[in-house]
Ligand binder design. Sequence first.
Ligand code: ADP
Length: 632
Amino acid sequence: MSKQHNFEAETGRILELLTHSIYSNKEIFLRELISNASDAIDKARLKALTDTSFLGDDTNFEIKVEIDKEAKTLTITDNGIGMTEEEIHKHIGTIAKSGTKEFMEKLEKAKEGGEHNLIGQFGVGFYSAFMVAESVDVITRSGLDTKAHKWTSDGKSGYELQETTKEGRGTQVVLHLSEWNHELLEDWKVKELIKKYSNYVAVPIMMLEEVEDEENKDAPKKTQWKQVNETKPIWKKSKTSIKDEEYKDFYQSVSMDFNAPLGHIHSSIEWKVSYNSLLFIPQQTNAFADMRDPNKEYGPKLYVQNVLILENAKELLPVWLRFVSGVVETTDLPLNISREMLQSNATLETIKKSLVKKVLWELKKLRVKDPEGYAKFAENYGSILKEWVYYEQDLKQDVAEVLEFNTLLSDKKISLDEYLENFKGDTKTIYYITGKSRSEVLASPYMAQFVENKTNVLLLTDTIDEWMIWVLDEYKEIKLKSITASDVKLKEETEEDKKKAETTQKQFKDMLELVKNTIGTEKIEKVELNPNLGNALWALKTPDGAMNPQMEKMMKAMGQPVPETKRVLELNPENKLVKAMKKEFKADVKSKKLADLTNYAYMQAILLEWGELENIADFVAMTNKFAGEYLK
Ligand code: ADP
C-alpha cells in the first residue's frame, strides 16, 4: 500500500530552485549522496559501539555505485544505519537542517545575481539528486527495524511511501536519470566524479568492473566489485611511507602544474586546532598554473571530515602566497559551513597563521637545500614574495631572508645575507637603487663611486620594489639606503679631501649660483659639487624625506596627488664639460652658450632620473643644435 505525501512548502521551493536554475554544478550530487552514505555508515559504526549485536554479519562497510544502462539508473547503496518510516518523513520529506534553509535563501538571491557557484561550494544534500534525476527512489531499512520502505518522488509536489522488502540494513538511492544526464551512465564519467569529489571518503567506494576469464579468453566477461577511491589520503599517511614520486603525482593533480614542485610541507597538527595539511611550493610557471596573477583563484583544497568543501580555500592563505597549492583537512569545522562563515572563522584564522609560518620556514630550508631550484623559484615568484614583505610586516625580516636580488657586482641573484657577507666599504649599509630596468639603473650617475669602490648595490627593478624597500627599511639592524640619498659617502673624507673640496667650491661658487638661476629656483633647491659622479656631468638628488622620482611616478600613475619637490643638483667638477662651462663663465657671465648648455644638461639629468621628459621636442631641437656645432 503506497501513500502520497506532500512536501512541505520549503522543500518544494528548494527543489524548484535546484531543478530549474542551476545546472552548472550538478555533478556535485554524487558527492552529496556519497557523503550521506558515508555518514550513515559512521552512525552504524557508532551504534555498534554500544549495541554489539547491531551489525550482525554485515560488518564490511562499503558504498556501492552501480550503473544500469538499460534502466538508465545510477544507484548508490550503503550498509549504514538506514532510516525508519518516521525518519524518512523527517529527513527527506522536510528540510530539517537549518543550514539548508539558510542556503536556500542565499540561493534565491544568487539566482538573481547569477552566482552559480554557491551550490558547488556548499551542497544541498540529498535534494541535489534532483539536479540529474527525473525521479528518485530511496529504499531503506533501519538497522533498528525489520521493515523496509520505499520512498519515491519526482521532486515536484511530494513523495510516495510504501512498505517493501530489503535484505539487510542500509539505504539504496536509485536515480532515474533525466535524458540530458545520460552521460552519467558511462563508467568513466562516474569514476571521474568519485575521484574528483570523493576520493578521500574514508569508506571504500565500489564499482563493478569487467574482468576477463584468465583461462578462457573467449568466455563472456565477468564483473567484479572494485574500489574506486583511495581510502587513505596521502596527507594522512606517514611521511616516511610516501615516495617523492607520489608527492609529485599528487602535486600535479592539485595544481595543474606538470612540473615537479620545488618542495612540499606535510604536517599534522594537534594543538589549538587539529589539521592535516600537504602544501606545495612550485618552481616553474606554465600557462595553466601561472599563479602570479593576483586575480586567479588560488588556495588549497579544504576537506572537512573527509568531504571536499572548497576547491580553492583562499581563506587559508593570503593572496601573496597564491603560488602555494595543496590540501588542508580538518575535523574542527562543521560540514555545512557557509562561505561567509568561513571568512571570519577563528579555526581557519588559526590554521592560516600556522600555514603562513610553515611556508616561510620551508622557503628558508629550500634555499639552503636546493639553491639551484630555489633560484628558479625566485626568478618566477620572487616579486610575489616582495608583496609579502609589504603586506605582512610582522614577518618582514624573515621574508627578507628568502628574497634574492640582482646586484651591481654579481651575475646571479643573491640574498641580503650574501650581500652583507661580501660587503666592501667603511660602514655596513645595504645600498640599493630603484628604477625601470637594469640598464636604466646602471646608467645612474651615482653608480660611479660604487663601481670604483667595488661596493655592491641591489638593483631593484620590480614595480613592487619601491614599496617593499620602504617598508623593510633595515635588515638585521643594518640600514637599507638608496645610493641617490644625499648623505651617501662610501669613504670618510680626509683633511686633504676637505681642503680640496673647499677650494673647488670657491672657484665654482658664482657659476653654481648662475646655473641655479638659469634653471629656476622653483625647481632647484641648491646646486652643489660632487666629485663622485664618474663620467656623468651632473645628477639630480632628492632631498631626505622627499619622494624620489620612482615613487612620484607610481603615485601619479595611481592618481594620487604628488607634492612638488625641489631637487638638489650636483655638478661633477671633474667632468670636462663642467670645466669648459666654468671657462665660458669666466670669459662671459652672460654667455648664451652657457645658458643653453645648462638647460640642456638639466634635461639630461631629468631624463636619467625619471626616464621621461615633458618637453621632449625642446630636447631634440637642442640636441640637433649641438650636433650642428659638432659637424662644423
Ligand atoms: P545532511 O546529510 O547534510 O544532514 P541531507 O539532505 O543530505 O542533509 O540528508 C538529510 C538527512 O537524511 C540526513 O541527515 C540523514 O539523517 C538522512 N539520510 C540521507 N541519506 C541517508 C542515507 N544514505 N542513510 C541514512 N540516512 C540518510
